[in-house]
Ligand binder design. Sequence first.
Ligand code: PLP
Length: 390
Amino acid sequence: MPDDPILGLNELFKTDERPEKVNLGVGCYLTEAGNLPLLDVVEEAETRLSEKKLPHGYMPMSGIPKFCEAVKHLVFGEASPAVVEGRITTIQTLGGTGALQLGAAFAHQYLGVAKAVVSDPTWGNHIAIFKGDGLTVSKYPYLNAAKDGVDFEAMIAALNEVEEGSLVLFHACCHNPTGVDLSHEEWRKVLEVVKARDLLPLLDMAYQGFGDGLEEDAFAMRLFAESGIRFMAATSCSKNFALYGERVGALHVVCGDKREAEVATSILKALVRAEYSNPPAHGANVVAEVLGDPELKKRWFKDVVEMHDRICEMRRALAEAGEAEGADLSFATKQKGMFSFTGLTPEEMDRLREEFAVYGVRNGRICVAGLNHRNVGYVAKAMATVLKAR
Ligand code: PLP
């Protein structure tokens, strides 16, 4: 079986001895110094937790209640009618991946959903997860021919053809791998189709805060919740809390009313029980501690703004350095979030790696958060050289 294209790339990168090497294949936010951050607020929450000297007991199957409440509020807003009416059940999961898996299992085993539809392109694991849960997977068009925006007409036309009742995966913000998101107006149109065709949306939000901000990135979630439709949402604290290895995420099932949400909770708990029994404690306790303390929460908001601003700065720096090299790298400033689609072919991405030690995914995706002021000029020059050979 071939290596995962992204993880395999990291292995290759590690063994590359060229000092100028740059890893843009990663799926993590890196600091200007090129390191994974340990957020101050996470460190402080961990100190507080260790001082409590808690024993390592089992967690509830649905997760730590304080964590679930806090992330529900972060995603949908505390005052959201759906939250206030108790229509949303939130279950702690093994990262965003675990949320997607649990959501797919719930849809297939309990709701009898047989088909899933994902954007073309999408994060590769979506397809693997859904297939693993017994769903057949097809794609709806997403990217336009110039690869710098959404082909919205084609997307809507395809969604109108999707079999009623199918699960449809949407990226709520910071589309991975393209960095191209829908406008508010486009989301409203998508919602109309979802309603008309009785589709079951699963909104994936792994990068809340990295696109336009914590509140702004939740636009689609809140729009769908306010519309009264039933849908699911998978969210993750891996990136915005830099808690990658702690596996902290949540599945939210937005139901018709409180009673339905209670039924959904008991079904989700039964699925969890059979799969892994109960979730890990540490990461979720850290998030609950940060979001439960107004002062820490305020500082975390600032941390997210800082990560967001650094990504935007690197986008600008790449486009400017490209211009100085005579190459159009303006895709970087048109797109949002941690990833960008360069529009480079697999062969051009190979050349970047082989000749310049610049590592990106063969589909043309680069992680903008892997750029810093020391390497951005070099990367722009390498890309310009490859582009000029066209
Ligand atoms: N969804 C998308 C689009 C992602 O890119 C990722 C991670 O890269 C995830 C979900 C899952 O994140 P986690 O590490 O929390 O499982």
